[in-house]
Design a binder for this molecule. Sequence first.
Ligand code: PLP
Ligand code: COI
Length: 339
Amino acid sequence: MDNLDWRNLGFGYMKTDYNVRCYYRNGKWGRLELHSDEYVPMHMAATCLHYGQEAFEGQKAFMGKDGKVRVFRVEENARRMQSSADYLQMQPVPVELFVEAVKTVVDANRRFVPPYGTGATLYIRPLLIGSGAKVGVSPADEYLFIVFVTPVGPYYKEGFRPIRVMIDRDHDRAAPHGTGHVKAGGNYGASLISEEVAHKRGYPGILYLDSAEKKYIDECGTSNFFAIRDGKYITPHSHSILPSITNMSLRTIAEQELGLGIEQRKVEAAELPTFEEVGCCGTAAVISPIKSIYDPQSDHTYVYCDGDEAGPVCTRLFHRLQGIQFGESEDSYGWMTEV
Ligand code: PLP
Ligand code: COI
């Protein structure tokens, strides 16, 4: 792929050579199939189309400094997709099948893994959809598991530069006892309006508060929220946020290597003025340091960075995490799987 401008890739879809698919039919998963077609033949009454019986995952493959291709914590994504499947009454994909599918599709698209040093990665998008026809509201009898890949650059064009974020108090992405803790496609459909409102006002990021009381911080539209204060890594605990694998990994690094205390608890929005550094984290975002948070209710902006430099803790966390992912520093926790 000599003609690709790897350093200037955005976060978008690009056709690659292959995707993998597997059907659940007649009570069992079939064989993994390699396809080059980007389209999916679909029954018009498939439950994913009208009842939103759909869940997805997001993960990345990295070209290491040593020329080896590795994926990050793939079993964790497999388990999270199982929990999404449970909630949405879909047939869970066995962990071994999920891992095999990811390895197969990355291997088949090796020429699309961005070169080491460009900062770009191969984004992996597994999805599970109800493909069986139903008209009454009930789970499908057939499911389709697909994994496709596409090379990506940074999710926010700022990259590791701090971004401006706005609180949205007018829309909720998930109900207090709803689907926020699973990766249901519907959560993202419900968040598009907030993204639109924020973008129109010039904010690349959204911060959601809890939908019952608007008192606690939940998460950002596509990433978890964390804050640093008094030697502690503080991150919200809530039923309506997605348990981020990046956040889980940062907690490990923060505790074991940076000696920070970890607080995973309800975090009041009233604490916002007290934080030293804040950021959002996720597969696509990696760590996006937050420069400022605008609260439309008080018309106040909380500012965390003077210029365009991330704070010292965010910077150390970012470099250690990316160091592990790109094979530059020791994978002390066994998070990487070679493909
Ligand atoms: N929260 C939401 C709503 C997300 O979409 C994502 C992205 O996957 C995350 C958090 C971060 O999760 P992870 O670190 O596992 O990618
Ligand atoms: C991810 O970080 O993988 C996400 O799922 C975020 C997004 C692009 C939906």
